[in-house]
Design a protein around this ligand. Sequence first.
Ligand code: FE
Length: 222
Amino acid sequence: MEKRLSRRNSLIALAGLAAAAAGWRAEEAEAGPAAVASGAVSCVLTPEMTEGPYYLPDEAVRRNITEGRPGTPLALRLTVVSVASCKPIASAKVDVWHADASGIYSGVQGDTGTFMRGIQPTNAHGVALFDTVYPGWYTGRTVHIHVKVHLGGNVVHTGQLFFPDALTDAVYAKSPYSNRPSRDTRNAADSIFRNGGSRSMLRISRRGSGYVGAITLGVHRS
Ligand code: FE
């Protein structure tokens, strides 16, 4: 709480300077820190979580990251907003990476592939879209997707996205996931999920033979 207050105070102090700052959008200055401080706007800061050992920089810019690998189709709809104003952030670069259906990350541990990794820019509505498959599990972790948000050359968010356990159970009951042993870790037992994972849950809806996973990521612009 103390940290949040000091952040808020520094935002209030900055508010007067903000209008003059290059790159600060006019509408954000209007609805920004002062509005947040007054309670007129509230936006949820998406929790920061470890990037883990499998991040690789310079991933390909592409919407479909599967490279033809099997799995239950999953469309990701990731919306990036400023936590100060709740307004969408356009032209951010959203970077995702996750294990394939068999629980393998590309490009690490001797693998030379690039599957299940990619970057998409946000559009004018702050939305980045990916087409992938439901991730497989690996030892000691609940099912998750890693995400970074880059803005103007800076990383403004590093997090992980999670799925309802009941949905994972249903997906994993089918091929190719059902060819593997049962996963060893569910959300409640995952050390990373326990630190804010409930605020990083994808909202799931059905689409065709698969799903759409959507979430709004509230980030600081720097
Ligand atoms: Fe991971």
